[in-house]
Design a protein around this ligand. Structure first.
Ligand SMILES: Nc1ncnc2c1ncn2[C@@H]1O[C@H](COP(=O)(O)OP(=O)(O)OP(=O)(O)O)[C@@H](O)[C@H]1O
Length: 774
């Protein structure tokens, strides 16, 4: 613990003493403080500086070594962003004695301190922290004083010790803080004995980091914990590819590949045995030769059970076909339209089915049918569709929801009825789960979930658990769009089971037949898109260019739109990749410069490499249901507050999402990025008046039919594709062959087949529609 060995001259440091704390978040251990500088190897002359970072508790009159980097703050000027730190303990035994007999360790006098240092040497502090019993034989050190000394050291040095220790492995303060919160003083012991434990317990602690530490600590590569952590890591990684499980063979192969080492080879049996062990302790579930993480196994299982439960209680209706025809006829009259055959089927089937799926591409009338269903349901059951006619005692019968804020807003606008996000509907509490579940189910009679292709198996399970037995459900989606970001392919599994009543709308409606965007979407859907399909039209243009010209073309489109008085906010660029010559990051940088350039009067903050400026268009990257914002929501930077301008005394960025304000602190900036250009995946569930879709051959490995179809169907008024025609045509002809491993179809087949009437026979009986009389 000698000072010279403490000091890492290779890194920039400031040695200094706390003057005062400017801000402190005790829960997060985050502080901003002013320190007096004693010494530094940084190019820096001032006598004091503001530091910020995660600290245990900075004590006055204690000297610390801070390692970090300088950062410029608009108001406070130069600041030192601390990455790691430790208490500076003077170089000599005398220095250490002085430290231990300082005011910090009340009741420890110089004599006792000398004895401690005499016995334990210069590494006394580490020794005490590792094992407090080393103090047992110090003459004159009473048990209560000893306990106090250990406790104070643990409080002050424990966290630092962990920070310094983890910094050796490149682990930053923030993760170190999570580690300390989980294990306290045991952090280093756990890491030394079994770094893989961190992978299980600490969110964000990667397997590879644990592996590197284990190797440095000499743990054998065939250590069972390494194999176990490798198995869990492989399964977790595969969630990102949408898989619910991995077949045993594939799982073992991937684990062996991950853990491969020439000198200590693993056998198939080693991994397979460990998987069986994990299965016994329920850390994984192996079923029919497939390996699941428990949360996914139970989600699929639970979802299939909910479907079975609902279908076992069919709708009891005494409405005759003639009555239904009359009701639908009346709706046609008031809406001044005549439903097509598919639409009529959809209406009547949805009204009589406990659960129905409605699918269809753009402009096929999904919204028109939803509105018809709601009206017909209200008419059959003689219910008012006016929310004012209901109170706390009488629940509004129609429940409308969608996975994203934007999609639920559209559903609300198109139906005129309240619609919310699924998270909101289920009462997400922000941390532990939903308030609506199997014990406290939803109220209402008819549930419509739009954009269901975006719903992953976890959310589907939570939602369906909360549906009461007597509620009818309509699931709406477009099966040709991208599957959910999360694991599973719930919509397509439900459809391919063939066990859930469904209607697919294929006819495109007259008013929109003139729309090239919709035509193009349907040509792609039916694999009929060719060079002729890309001819310019009033709502569509294809601007040919090479990848290196892409940024130029996109900025020119924006400039010319601005000249024509088109609000740039109505234009959305959608691209498949973040990092490439014409990737999302580059496009965003250029568009920010063009649309919202730096101005002396405009506040901005810098977070990592990104500058957020007032007026910037931004996108939320994760679900933050506690604030009512969701992955993919687009907002605008409305205000930036400095530390002394708000009661929390922290810098804040305020984003407005459709009029709703959400406050972000620095630690949350990571959940935002610019949205002049967003990924096609993030655009699911949203629609934009004008879409620019760059298609470069550099995106080749991403270009797939469902991706391009999703992008195109986001545009409502105008679509501009720029790039290379052959890359686009190749993309729309490339099917997504990344099969997701899910067992939902199989589960539905095995559970429902025995208990339900054959839908084929059932629909054969019911097939009388007005068309049969025409
Ligand atoms: N039976 C019909 N007769 C006349 N017009 C219709 C009919 N069905 C739908 N339309 C019209 O076709 C257009 C598209 O219908 P709608 O918005 O319901 O389709 P959608 O599938 O929800 O489309 P999108 O997915 O693009 O939002 C609307 O203008 C609608 O009024």
């Amino acid at each position: 613990m000698a000072a010279d060995s403490q000091l890492d001259h290779e890194k920039g440091y400031i040695k200094g003493e706390l003057l005062y704390t400017i801000f402190q978040n005790e829960q997060e251990h985050f502080s901003i403080a002013k320190i007096k500088v004693h010494e530094t190897n940084e190019d820096f002359q001032a006598k004091d500086i503001v530091i910020k970072g995660y600290f245990a508790k900075l004590q006055e009159a204690t000297v610390y070594l801070f390692y970090g980097t300088f950062e410029h703050h608009v108001k406070f000027g130069m600041q030192y962003n601390v990455r790691s730190y430790q208490t500076f303990i003077p170089d000599t035994k005398d220095g250490l004695t002085a430290y231990l007999s300082s005011d910090l360790f009340y009741g420890i006098g110089e004599k006792i301190a000398e004895k401690i240092v005499g016995k334990l040497g210069e590494s006394a502090i580490s020794k005490i922290l590792n094992d407090a019993d080393v103090l047992k034989d110090i003459p004159g050190l009473k048990p209560d004083k000893r306990d106090f000394l250990v406790k104070t050291l643990q409080e002050n040095q424990g966290f630092e010790h962990v920070v310094v220790y983890l910094a050796k492995y490149g682990i930053g303060l923030k993760l170190a803080q999570k580690v300390f919160q989980e294990y306290k003083e045991r952090a280093i012991e756990v890491l030394e004995n079994d770094p893989y434990q961190y992978v299980f317990d600490i969110e964000g602690f990667g397997f590879r980091t644990a592996d590197q530490i284990a190797r440095q600590n000499g743990l054998p590569l065939t250590h069972p914990n390494r194999i176990s952590a490798g198995c869990i890591y492989v399964l977790q990684k595969n969630i990102q590819n949408g898989h619910v499980y991995l077949p045993l063979d594939i799982c073992i192969d991937q684990v062996m590949e991950l853990l491969f080492d020439r000198h200590q080879p693993l056998t198939y049996e080693n991994v397979s045995e460990l998987l069986m062990e994990l299965n016994k302790t329920k850390k994984v579930i192996i079923q029919d030769g497939n390996v699941y993480l428990p949360s996914l196994y139970y989600a699929e299982d639970g979802f299939a059970s909910s479907i079975k439960r609902l279908l076992e209680k069919p709708v009891e209706s005494d409405t005759t076909t003639a009555e239904l025809m009359k009701i639908i006829g009346d709706i046609e009259e008031t809406e001044i339209l005549s439903y097509g055959k598919e639409q009529y089927d959809a209406l009547s089937k949805a009204l009589e089915s406990k659960l129905m799926i409605l699918t269809g591409g753009p402009g096929t009338g999904k919204t028109t049918v939803i509105k018809g269903i709601l009206k017909a349901y209200a008419s059959i059951h003689q219910m008012s569709m006016d929310t004012n006619d209901y109170d706390a005692e009488t629940d509004f019968p129609f429940v409308l929801a969608a996975p994203t804020g934007r999609a639920s807003k559209r559903l609300n606008e198109s139906t005129g009825l309240p619609a919310v996000t699924i998270h909101r509907l289920l009462g997400w509490d922000g941390h532990n789960g939903f308030s609506k579940n199997e014990d406290e189910q939803l109220s209402g009679k008819y549930l419509i979930i739009d954009e269901f292709s975006m719903v992953d198996i976890w959310l589907a399970n939570s939602l369906f658990k909360a549906i009461p037995d007597d509620m009818q459900v309509l699931v709406v989606g477009d099966e040709d769009q991208l599957p959910s970001v999360g694991p599973g392919q719930v919509l397509s599994d439900l459809l391919s089971s063939g066990l859930i009543p469904f209607v697919s709308l294929n006819d495109v409606y007259r008013q929109k037949e003139g729309s090239k965007i919709i035509q193009l979407a349907h040509l792609i859907k039916h694999d009929q898109c060719n060079t002729d399909s890309l001819a310019n039209d009033k709502d569509f243009s294809f601007i040919g260019c090479r990848e290196f010209q892409m940024i130029d073309v996109i900025t020119k489109v924006f400039t010319s739109a601005q000249r024509k008085g088109i609000d740039p906010k109505t234009i959305q660029v959608l691209a498949p990749m973040y990092r490439s010559q014409a990737g999302i990051n580059v496009i965003n940088r250029h568009l920010q410069e063009l649309i919202n350039p730096r101005k002396a009067t405009k506040r901005e903050v810098k977070a990592n490499d990104v500058i957020f400026r007032i007026g910037d268009k931004v996108i939320q990257l994760v679900n933050q249901p506690e604030d009512g914002v969701f992955n993919g929501d687009i907002g605008e930077v409305a205000a930036i507050f400095e530390e002394d301008e708000n009661k929390d005394h922290v810098e804040q960025v305020v984003i407005t999402f459709d009029g709703k304000e959400v406050v972000y602190e620095r630690k949350d900036y990571i959940n935002l990025m610019h949205a002049y250009c967003i990924s096609i995946h993030k655009s699911q569930g949203s629609e934009f008046p004008i879409v620019i879709l760059p298609v470069a051959s550099g995106y080749n490995r991403m270009l797939r039919k469902n991706l391009l179809y999703t992008a195109i169907t986001r545009s409502k008024q105008s679509l501009i594709i720029c790039g290379e025609q052959h890359a686009f045509l190749k993309g729309v002809r490339t099917k997504d062959t990344n099969k997701r491993f899910t067992s939902l179809t199989y589960l539905l087949e095995t559970r429902l087949n025995d208990s339900l009437p054959d839908p084929e026979n059932e629909s054969a009986e019911e097939e009388i529609t007005p068309y049969d009389f025409m």
